[in-house]
Design a protein. Structure first.
Length: 340
């Protein structure tokens, strides 16, 4: 057999092998799939505004987000408000996502991409529960230009893909909550009272002092006396529970008053290894000096009503640091006495 004929037979054999591999592992011609640079979810850019629900599942954890009158709510938290901007950013990322690189079609290797047991099973539905997008979301990567890269798999595709644009997500319902309770300019606070101590600040003054400081007592540094006001000016929480009357005995009660008549009361409870806060708000115009404060709201009573209505019937799980500040006692605000 001549060398030329041997080469020809070799090439034909190679072509046959490649064809067999293509038949066994190649693209499924019955499935529509975009190429690199094309939209990850075809047609979704114009339909994303129809999204009315998002369902995210991973293992035993699930989150259902529903939209009502343009706002999003977390079903697993008794319909507490979700962070609407976070949900919108997530949906916007899905709509604008593009395919970057095709990846493995072997599901036995999906665990390397976070597309196995740890994957997020995500479904975006319209108002009639029809799916707008359904996919598995795996590990995320950071690119040099700051754009996110994420591994995903859709049943309509022949293989997994690395795509751009997807925002981070979680199957934990608490992750999607609007974690901000209220915002109050710190300069408005006049006094904050614990069980055995009151920290006060004169109108217009910068520093806080301890009310009725006794002989021999010396207050901690000003930044430590400011901790409660700094915390209460932008109070946040980690989780929420709908409980009107907690069965546990109160651990601590902290009351904060502003110069313009707002009173906040936080009642703390120890439950399930964490510290939960019950929040109440009221307004007493006769005690206010709002005209002297540029940061006072135009409608102080309305502010108190909004806080009271949004927090009534709920318990809020505080972070360990915030709980520690609100559980302090008198000795925590005083310098330790040293022997002469």
């Amino acid at each position: 057999m001549s060398e030329r004929l041997t080469n020809i037979l070799g090439y034909l054999t190679l072509i046959a092998i490649l064809a067999a591999i293509w038949v066994m592992f190649g693209e499924d011609p019955n499935r529509e799939q975009g190429g690199r640079g094309e939209a990850t979810f075809s047609g979704l850019e114009t339909a994303i505004n129809d999204a009315a629900a998002v369902r995210i599942t991973s293992g035993d954890m699930s989150t259902f987000l529903n939209k009502v009158d343009g706002k999003w709510f977390v079903i697993q938290r008794d319909g507490y408000a979700a962070d609407t901007e976070m949900v919108r950013d997530f949906l916007r990322g899905i709509a604008l996502s593009e395919r970057r690189q095709p990846k493995t079609d072997n599901k036995d290797r999906f665990h390397h991409l976070g597309l196995a047991e740890t994957a997020l099973d995500i479904k975006v539905l319209d108002g009639d529960d029809r799916p707008l997008a359904a996919f598995l979301m795996g590990e995320r990567k950071d690119s040099a230009n700051g754009r996110s890269l994420t591994y995903i798999f859709q049943e309509s595709d022949t293989r997994s893909w690395l795509v751009t644009g997807l925002a981070d997500a979680s199957a934990d319902p608490a992750w999607w909550l609007d974690h901000s309770l209220f915002t109050i300019t710190e300069s408005r606070f006049a006094e904050i009272t614990y069980a055995d101590i009151t920290i006060e600040r004169a109108l217009g003054a910068q520093k806080y002092t301890i009310k009725d400081l006794q002989d021999g007592e010396k207050a901690q540094a000003d930044w430590q006396l400011r901790d409660p006001a700094r915390l209460l000016s932008e109070l946040t929480f980690d989780d929420v529970r709908k409980v009107a009357n907690p069965l546990a005995e109160p651990l601590q009660r902290v009351t904060a008053k502003t110069y313009d008549g707002l009173t906040l009361t936080l009642t703390l409870f120890e439950m399930e290894g964490g510290t939960w806060a019950q929040v109440a708000a009221s307004y007493t115009p006769d005690e206010g000096e709002g005209g002297m404060l540029p940061d006072a709201p135009a409608d102080g009573e309305g502010e108190a009503t909004d806080i009271a209505e949004s927090t009534h019937g709920w318990l809020f799980l505080l972070s360990d640091y915030d709980a520690g500040v609100l559980k302090r006692t008198r000795k925590d605000f005083l310098m330790e006495k040293t022997a002469e």
